[in-house]
Design a binder for this molecule. Structure first.
Ligand code: ITT
Length: 209
């Protein structure tokens, strides 16, 4: 059936398309439909995901899927977390993830977190499906890793060049999309936070293993 993808972030939208492609939904994004971006006033990924998905479902009368995500850094007590996108806002009001990565790096240095063991972090993705009747379902995916400096690679989006997932030698910024998702043949489990959340969605909501 038809499904609205409630995001205005192009990198994220591309990944969501990759990940739900195989399930046969007919998708349109909130950005394509010119839907307004609701204010993300929540303090958890779940709350913000629900705000975005419910707004799109209400506006269209169709089921809507959102993703609220971010990177939680242990040495920063979980920051930037739900404020990950905000940390990339420059003083002149534009979004610049190179600026955001410098901000995270500066915060880590202020904490003296210079060795890999002190730079542990996880990416989190919470997917919300909102139904036109107001019902919501949530799926959460996480991936553990460490933040590197300088950033490496130009693939993906956002903070990918800084994030080295555990057990890998390349950052998300150095991986092809398929490898970041973890879809390569022989990989039992999805790799990225988003792919893991979609794997749960596929299994629990669609019955696809
Ligand atoms: P929408 O709300 O319109 O979906 P957004 O970019 O504002 O787009 P979020 O509020 O969820 O989305 O912000 C999450 C931020 O976390 C996002 O802007 C990225 O910078 C970062 N992020 C999330 N997933 C990421 C990933 O897979 N790779 C790199 N950065 C990621």
């Amino acid at each position: 059936g038809r499904l609205i993808v409630a995001t205005h972030n192009k990198g994220k939208l591309q990944e969501i398309h990759d990940l739900i492609g195989p399930f046969g939904f007919e998708t349109q994004s909130a950005a394509e439909l010119g839907l307004p971006e609701p204010e993300e006033t929540g303090t958890t990924f779940e709350e913000n995901a629900a705000i975005k998905a419910l707004a799109a479902a209400k506006a269209t009368g169709l089921p809507a899927l959102s993703d609220d995500s971010g990177v939680a850094v242990d040495a920063l007590d979980g920051a930037p977390g739900v404020y990950t996108a905000n940390w990339a806002e420059t003083p002149d009001g534009t979004r610049d993830f190179v600026y955001g990565m410098h901000r995270v790096e500066n915060a880590l240095r202020e904490k003296g977190a210079l060795t890999p063991d002190k730079r542990t972090a996880r990416f989190v993705s919470v997917i919300c499906i909102a139904w036109p009747d107001g019902h919501t379902d949530f799926y959460r995916g996480e991936v553990e890793g460490a933040l590197v400096w300088p950033p490496r690679g130009s693939q993906g989006f956002g903070y990918d060049p800084m994030f080295l997932p555990d057990g890998h030698e390349r950052t998300f910024g150095e991986m092809e999309a398929e490898e970041k998702h973890g879809w390569k043949p022989g990989m039992a489990e999805a790799l990225s936070h988003r792919a893991r959340a979609f794997q749960l969605f596929a299994r629990d909501a669609l019955g696809i293993e």
